[in-house]
Design a protein around this ligand. Structure first.
Ligand code: DQA
Length: 142
């Protein structure tokens, strides 16, 4: 199966940014971790700090993948534009957050993008991406 993994703003700084919250792995460490975990599947990794670029990427999803895993970063909390783009996806999308957004600042406790996703995994660190891919695989096996 083929998966698209999208990471939003500031996630390119993983490993340097707030390591007590986000851990010491860089984004490329996390991407390698995903690839190595599912060595029979293929992955495309996309990261952008720009809302429009993330929306353009979501528009290109079509039927080209089995599923999408997205960590929208802070856009999860206020981007109705990304929400609308995700809503138009015809393949399963799971939202992931490394940290537990429900136990952090008030503004992080709401995700406006999660309600149009098939699920959300928050607070499980890099393992959250693995669980998200597994959830999508499960959806196909039912
Ligand atoms: C995050 C949580 C967001 O609130 C934050 O803005 C991020 C990272 C996470 O993975 O925990 O950039 O999405």
């Amino acid at each position: 199966m083929k998966f698209l993994i999208i990471n939003g703003p500031n996630l390119n700084l993983l490993g340097k940014r707030d390591t007590t919250i986000y851990g010491s792995d860089s984004l490329s460490d996390i991407n390698d971790f995903i690839k190595n975990h599912f060595d029979e599947d293929s992955f495309e990794f996309f990261q952008s700090n720009h809302e429009g670029d993330i929306i353009d990427k979501i528009h290109q999803v079509g039927e080209n993948y089995s599923g999408v895993v997205i960590n929208p970063g802070a856009y999860a909390h206020y981007s109705y534009a990304i929400r609308d783009a995700l809503e138009s996806c015809s393949i399963p999308v799971i939202e992931v957050h490394l940290s537990n957004i429900y136990e952090r600042e008030e503004f992080r406790r709401v995700s406006v993008t999660a309600p149009v996703c098939a699920g959300i995994i928050s607070g499980e660190g890099k393992q959250g991406y693995i669980k998200a891919v597994e959830k999508i695989k499960e959806a196909y096996s039912n």
